[in-house]
Design a protein around this ligand. Structure first.
Ligand SMILES: Cc1cc2nc3c(=O)[nH]c(=O)nc-3n(C[C@H](O)[C@H](O)[C@H](O)COP(=O)(O)OP(=O)(O)OC[C@H]3O[C@@H](n4cnc5c(N)ncnc54)[C@H](O)[C@@H]3O)c2cc1C
Length: 440
């Protein structure tokens, strides 16, 4: 098998795509690896999801940057499969195609009032504050005193924390200028964090939960009656350990009491399922139904109550967005695959394969496993001499597409860092600005 002849395309330059590129680059020296992304910028949710005040987590982008800059690897940003190039075209051009498109679409609550103004999915809200061009003009309504965030994962905590921080506490972040201005203008007094299940079932991690204790203007309100004395039977070992640590932190908050001198209250509300968002044209209140837990599931108990909610943000998970021709499992909201194999020569890895779960490094093992699978398949079916990127370059040029290459990304990066003027960076948030910086 002549390794130089292998042409590999990876669709999605997020963590999973970068891990796959790295693994295949090492195992198949001489392979030509093209990494496509719909955005002019790489790194997926590391740039567009991870909270802007968690710069330590974002540092992993340096490792991905090294991968994309390696010999034999090309970055083709601003190229979306399904828009600029079809699945069939890309599949027929490369020996190996790996789909790593993540999961970008918000899951919906499916309750009345979800379409009112001032109701957002966490995906769009997070993309807005992180400067992803599609959501740049979301301009979320943050004019009221009360914000309800639905979900008990780290994304819900991220949003609550960013809304709770003072401008000074956000100074070291790369929160975009438009979001800084909107947060500074907001006059929020109450943030409600709503979980359908109880503290033992919550999926947020302890470090993120403990961070609220450090915020200067936030009083964290936890009703001790909502904290169980013992953990339920049947929790998996890992969940049990997490629940114990989280309960410790929540008990600490409960012991602090009201802290009336603090202007912003963060209320943890457990065992409450959203059943309706009410308001005229826009959200004003959220109706919740109390639940009890049976076999890990939240069972509605019939008793309802209402909280004020001038803005509602739903952080209840994501689905992948398929492009025409891509085998897709609509029930799960993921690419259809069998252990990473989508169809002959096509593979999937990361959130679009497993669903939207797991931190950045969790995608590494997945991508390494897919790389091994690809190697095993190549050993049985050696590449048949497909043309690779040259044919795609010609198609893109004919369509007037404007790919951003690795050097273009480096120019964008330099422009953003320079615009930061002491902050980490000031992101460029519009496609036109990004393309202009890439060509500068
Ligand atoms: C709000 C939020 C906060 C998070 N915070 C943390 C954290 O603090 N720490 C942590 O470890 N993990 C965090 N995670 C999880 C982490 O971001 C994921 O584990 C990881 O990003 C998944 O990687 P991926 O490559 O599978 O998907 P993604 O990161 O989503 O990358 C997918 C890429 O595919 C591209 N793409 C999509 N469709 C197309 C198309 N049609 N054509 C071309 N390109 C396409 C996208 O633009 C994107 O760049 C967070 C996730 C979210 C949602």
């Amino acid at each position: 098998m002549s390794q130089a002849a292998i042409h590999i395309a990876i669709v999605g330059a997020g963590p999973s795509g970068c891990y796959v590129a790295d693994a295949l680059g090492r195992k198949l020296p001489g392979a030509r690896i093209d990494v496509f992304d719909r955005l002019p910028t790489p790194f997926g949710l590391v740039r567009g999801g991870v909270a802007p005040d968690h710069q330590g987590t974002k540092n992993i982008a340096r490792q991905f940057e090294r991968t994309l800059g390696k010999k034999g690897v090309r970055f083709l940003g601003n190229i979306a499969v399904g828009r600029d190039i079809s699945y069939e075209e890309i599949k027929s051009a490369y020996d190996v195609l790996v789909i790593t498109i993540g999961a970008l679409e918000d899951r919906r609550l499916g309750i009345p009032g979800e379409n009112l103004d001032a109701v957002y999915g966490s995906g769009q809200f997070v993309a807005w504050y992180n400067g992803i061009p599609d959501s740049r003009d979301l301009d979320p309504v943050l004019d009221g005193k009360s914000v309800a965030i639905i979900g008990n994962g780290n994304v819900a905590l991220d949003i609550a924390r960013l809304l709770g921080k003072t401008p000074d506490e956000l100074a070291a972040s790369d929160l975009c200028a438009h979001a800084r201005a909107a947060f500074a203008a907001a006059r929020i007094e109450d943030i409600w964090l709503i979980g359908r299940r109880g503290p033992p079932e919550a999926s947020f991690t302890t470090a993120e939960l403990a961070e609220f204790g450090e915020l200067s203007r936030v009083a964290v309100l936890v009703d001790p009656a909502q904290l169980p004395q013992t953990l339920p039977e049947g929790l998996q070992e890992e969940q049990r350990k997490l629940a114990e640590k989280n309960l410790d932190v929540l008990q600490g908050y409960a012991a602090r009491g009201q802290q009336p001198e603090r202007p912003l209250r963060l209320h943890f509300v457990f065992n409450a399922a959203p059943i309706e968002i009410r308001g005229e044209h826009r959200a004003r209140e959220l109706v919740l139904e109390k639940t009890r837990i049976e076999n890990g599931r939240a069972i509605p108990g019939g008793e309802t109550f209402t909280i004020p909610a001038d803005t509602v943000i739903c952080a209840i998970g994501y689905r992948s967005t398929p492009f025409p021709g891509l085998p897709f499992d609509h029930a799960r909201g993921t690419v259809a695959h069998e252990q990473g194999r989508v169809e002959t020569g096509v593979y999937a890895s990361g959130w679009c394969k497993r669903g939207p779960q797991g931190v950045v490094p969790a995608n590494r093992a997945d991508s390494l496993a897919v790389a091994e699978l690809i190697l095993a398949d190549l050993a049985i079916h050696p590449p048949s001499g497909k043309p690779g990127g040259t044919v795609i370059d010609a198609l893109l040029a004919g369509r007037g597409a404007r790919p951003v290459d690795f050097a273009g990304w480096q120019k964008i990066n330099a422009a953003e860092v320079a615009a930061g003027q002491g902050r980490q960076r000031e992101k460029l948030t519009r496609i036109g600005e990004l393309l202009a910086a890439a060509q500068n």
